[in-house]
Write a protein that binds this ligand. Structure first.
Ligand code: NAD
Length: 355
């Protein structure tokens, strides 16, 4: 038995692979294109681990995906691979259409071809887990109830529109071909190994570098936040006991404005590594023009996941954010390699057992 993880060198995917192999000996094959967001340093603890194989490649390469499926006969594929940064999707939407829509289509085709060769038991046991986002639901008014699995998709950015399209393709492969798929729609994740273009690692990085801490517009955009290990736990539960064809909202019941998040981070950094000049890190906050089409509020009702699969987040925002800041403090070389671009030098080198 093994699993195939796509996009496993990125933020959530690498946390998932590391958590998986910390809990079980079931081998993992990681397929990742190693875009700017893919970082082999994220998987460095597995460099000599015979349970892990890394393959550099594109989910859009049907022949490669089919070859990996035939060679390893995994019981499940968990798809984290995507272009993920909203600002980049505004600047270059085509890359998002290509990776998230066309890429997911090719991945589904390769999986469908492989799955159709399995016997009835293998077909029934196989799972395709698609990792998606709450952003597909669009923006909520201040007093509106949180998104449920029944909320209509109303994506507002090229990123969320491309994720929505991929979710629809995944759903269609279940309805049309019977492929046993599961989709998670999760809120904002934070934790170790997140590329410092996203709010929390960006603030930590800029704070230490003495650079401005940018806040879009008035900073009152509201997001639900979830510690990455809790998302990984939700995906494991979906894999174990989720109903094929189902979608599950994943969230932390933890809504915060961007201003609150940055304020909390600054207070923690003041405590854990005060500025040499004695000033608070909050002095580095600057407001910058708002992002076009910026969604005002996301909030997630994860009751289905709790009710049907017994999932609850283990971390509060306060405990999770403290662990996160401590991780970045303890991993200065990871941060330095990302900031300098040195992590890209590893691109192309495989880690884990050779295939
Ligand atoms: P990330 O940007 O950190 O990592 C994405 C990974 O996918 C990178 O390693 C990249 O190299 C790889 N990749 C990109 N295109 C690829 C392709 N065509 N073929 C193979 N690999 C490719 O992203 P993340 O934050 O870890 O997000 C993982 C998934 O979770 C995404 O699908 C994202 O939409 C979803 N998600 C993220 C969040 C969040 O807050 N980060 C929240 C909910 C859902």
């Amino acid at each position: 038995m093994s699993i195939l993880v796509t996009g496993g060198a990125g933020f959530i995917g690498s946390n998932f692979v590391l958590d998986w192999l910390a809990r079980s000996d079931e081998p993992v094959v990681t397929l990742d294109k190693l875009t700017y967001a893919g970082n082999l340093d994220n998987l460095s603890p597995l460099r000599a681990d015979p349970r892990h194989a890394f393959v550099q490649g594109d989910i859009g390469d049907q022949a490669l995906v089919r070859q990996l499926l035939d060679a390893h006969a995994p019981r499940a594929l968990i798809n984290f691979a995507a272009e993920t940064h909203v600002d980049r999707s505004i600047a270059d939407p085509g890359a998002f259409v290509q990776a998230n829509i066309v890429g997911t289509f090719h991945l589904l085709e390769a999986v469908r071809a492989y799955w159709s060769t399995l016997d009835d038991g293998g077909k029934a046991a196989f799972r395709f887990v698609h990792v998606s986002t709450d952003e597909v639901y669009g923006s909520l008014d201040e007093d509106a109830p949180p998104f449920t699995e029944q909320t209509c998709y109303t994506p507002n950015s090229p990123y969320s529109a491309s994720k929505a399209a991929s979710d629809h393709l995944v759903r269609a492969y279940h309805q049309t071909y019977g492929l046993p798929v599961l989709t998670s729609n999760c809120s904002n994740n934070y934790g170790p190994r997140q590329f410092p273009e996203k709010l929390i690692p960006l603030v930590i990085h800029n704070a230490f570098a003495g650079q401005p801490l940018p806040i879009y517009g008035d900073g009152l955009q509201c997001r639900d936040w979830l510690y990455v290990a809790d998302h990984c736990d939700a995906i494991r539960r979906m894999l174990d006991a989720g109903a094929p064809g189902a979608t599950y909202n994943v969230g932390g019941w933890n809504e915060r404005t961007n201003l609150e998040v940055v304020g909390l981070l600054c207070a923690l950094l003041d405590e854990l590594r005060p500025r040499a000049d004695g000033l608070p890190y909050a002095a580095q906050i600057v407001h910058v023009p708002d992002r076009p089409g910026h969604d005002r509020r996301y909030a997630v009702d994860a009751a289905r996941l709790r009710r049907e699969l017994g999932w609850m987040p283990a971390e509060t925002f306060e405990s999770g954010i403290r662990k996160t800041v401590q991780w970045y403090l303890d991993h200065a070389s990871w941060v330095a390699n990302v900031a300098s671009g040195a992590y890209r030098a590893a691109t192309g080198k495989a880690c884990g057992k050779p295939d």
